[in-house]
Design a protein. Structure first.
Ligand code: M6R
Length: 604
């Protein structure tokens, strides 16, 4: 979602701010802006759309100054207009903000009584107005920000700059992450270390409730109780902030093609000696139930894992989307492992669900790709997804690594609960170790997949079908296609077809069926026949045995290498991703940053 940067520099900051904002583009945004303080005066430039528009504005109307803040905005309150773009200013204050100020209407009403009225539709402007109001009453910037932050409800990260203060930025964190970067005679603030990577690898992460007073000499941090707080400076590993397409046209294809490597890494980490290996605290002899919570793609990896926990480990497993789970107030029984799956580790709903379970579950674990994220820090145990930085808004390699690690976790549970023998468990891990190779073979089919995708691209709606573990695969395929190509897509458990969606089938409806030759193959094929009998245009994704048995009548077949039942949903994710990618290519959409989407959804 929104991105924040700030620089107290030794040189002109406008180019640095724009460059840092570019590195935050992956989070998703629809307008951008920067502000500086120069010769004691605050000034700002803002533009709707991509950063190139802001750069154009700056070419015609440069913004001098060695102290500045910048922002990429993903619209929540008010449309993507220049007037709603950040920074928002009021009197001697300008501010950028991630998150949502829930009580902004109430604050606005109070400020109106003092004759302070907004000029934008945003919640953020209220923060600038309130701080300016406190300063008008005689408070210095530091005290004014403390008073403002204390009055705000919601989840936010804020960064302030002040008129007449060329050596001061104030940052506040409650719910949305912020990192302070340390340079030589320069200081920086960013919503993540990726933004700051070209400037520094020395970073301090703010904790919940922290307020940081940043000058070129360093940073002073106070905690939620306004006591001085010591926060460590950590060195950021270069690989974790590398943003590079490595010769690919899009980050998405680069990330799709990285999957064999990162899956191998996950297998190496979580099954180093032929058996699954997880922290001792994940003791499945004591766990009687697994509750998994996530959003979007993470939710589909959890749905897949539900089949594995139940079938392989005989362990009851419940899965929910975080936005529902958090308000469902589900009863929690003793012996519950609550597992939260999130690429970013910052998804607001998943984090709230984690906090709900924190007092109730026996163990709260996070499966996260960003080791410094809120979910990683707040969980009792954080398991790393090990996918490397994922820049494309559409998740690919994080998904297949989530699946790989969850499959190993289910095997671990099966082994510890005595449902699997050691030999059976080793056999499954052995199968999984073939995955990187099977994935490489599957990726060689890209040309064929691109052709299939081109035939699907003109459709206005596409149906995906699958059974068992292939049902979440179908759901994920539909999500990827919607996100990237904006084609309406739906997924059904193929057995559910005749209970309604079969009414949609006619000659114009493309139907993609995931059907590896597994124990449910015949059942899926029967459902596929029901589609063919009604002239549906079926693309069959299967393996050689499946293709031999069921290709008749289908318009296209994609033959993947044969894989074990545990590996099949991981392998079938690849054509699902490539179909979406190539359909989007055919339609000319913005692949790495699809419209309206954000990489990390930090608001409810
Ligand atoms: O960072 P998270 O894994 O918590 O994000 C959850 C969803 O927002 C995310 O998976 C989203 O659905 C992706 N755009 C899918 O490609």
């Amino acid at each position: 979602m929104c991105g924040i940067v700030g620089v107290l520099g030794d040189h002109e900051v406008a180019p640095l701010l724009v460059e840092a904002l570019k590195r935050l583009e992956y989070r998703g945004y629809d307008s951008a802006g920067i502000a500086t303080v120069y010769k004691s005066r605050l000034d700002r430039r803002r533009a709707v759309g991509k950063l190139v528009n802001l750069s154009d504005v700056l070419v015609h109307n440069p913004l001098p100054g060695k102290a500045g803040i910048g922002h990429t905005r993903w619209a929540t309150h008010g449309a993507a207009t220049e007037g709603n773009a950040h920074p928002h200013s009021c009197g001697p204050v300008t501010v950028v903000h991630n998150g949502i100020i829930e009580n902004f209407r109430e604050l606005r009403e109070k400020l109106a009584a003092h004759g302070i009225t907004p000029s934008s539709e945003t919640d953020t402007e209220t923060v600038a107005m309130l701080t300016a109001h406190h300063m008008a009453q005689g408070l210095q910037p530091r005290e004014a920000v403390m008073a403002t932050v204390a009055a705000l409800h919601g989840a936010f990260a804020l960064l302030f700059l002040f008129e007449g203060e060329e050596d001061l930025m104030i940052a506040a964190r409650k719910g949305s992450p912020l990192a302070i970067g340390h340079g030589k005679g320069e200081m920086y603030v960013g919503s993540d270390a990726i933004a700051l990577a070209p400037m520094t690898d020395q970073v301090t992460y703010l904790e919940e409730g922290d307020i940081a007073f940043v000058s070129r000499a360093g940073v002073e941090i106070i905690d939620a109780a306004h006591n001085r707080a010591n926060r460590d400076i950590v060195r950021i590993e270069p690989g974790t902030t590398l943003i590079d397409k490595a010769g690919h046209k899009h980050f998405m294809t680069k990330e799709i093609f990285e999957q064999p490597t990162v899956v191998a890494e996950a297998l190496g980490r979580y099954a180093p000696a032929g058996l699954p290996s997880f922290p001792d605290r994940l003791d499945f002899t004591k766990i009687t139930r697994v509750v998994m919570v996530a959003c979007g793609t993470g939710y589909y990896s959890c749905l897949t894992a539900k089949y594995w926990f139940e079938q392989i480990a005989g362990l009851p497993c419940e899965v929910d989307v975080a936005s529902e789970f958090r308000y469902r107030e589900p009863p929690v029984t003793p012996g519950t492992l609550a597992l939260f799956v999130s690429q970013s580790g910052e998804t607001a709903d998943t984090l709230a669900a984690l906090r709900y379970m924190k007092e109730k579950a026996d163990i709260v674990a996070g499966l996260v790709n960003v080791g410094t994220s809120s979910i990683a820090r707040e969980a009792d145990i954080a398991l790393a997804i090990l996918a490397g930085v994922e820049v494309s808004v559409a998740s690919t390699k994080a998904y297949t690594n989530q699946l790989t690690i969850l499959a190993l976790l289910a095997l671990h549970a099966g082994r510890q609960r005595g449902v699997l023998t050691e030999a059976q468990c080793r056999g499954h891990v052995e199968d999984m170790k073939r995955l990187p190779d099977l994935m490489r073979q599957t990726l060689t089919l890209e040309g064929k997949i691109a052709k299939i995708a081109e035939t699907l691209a003109p459709a206005t709606s596409i149906l995906f079908l699958g059974r068992g573990v292939m049902y979440p695969t179908a759901l994920e395929a539909a999500l990827k296609l919607k996100e990237l190509s904006y084609i309406h897509a739906e997924a059904y458990a193929s057995g559910e077809l005749k209970h309604g969606p079969i009414a949609l089938i006619d000659r114009s409806l493309p139907v993609v069926v995931f059907a590896p030759h597994d124990r449910l193959f015949e059942k899926t094929v029967s459902n596929m026949q029901e589609v063919l009998a009604r002239h549906g245009q079926v693309t069959l994704i299967t393996d050689a045995e499946g293709a031999r048995a069921a290709s008749e009548g289908t318009v296209a077949q994609l033959v993947l290498p044969a894989a074990s039942e545990l590996c099949a949903p991981i392998l079938h994710a690849l054509p699902a991703q490539l179909i979406a990618y190539h359909a989007a290519m055919a339609k000319g959409t913005d692949i790495d940053q699809p419209r309206n989407l954000a990489k990390s959804v930090t608001v409810e």
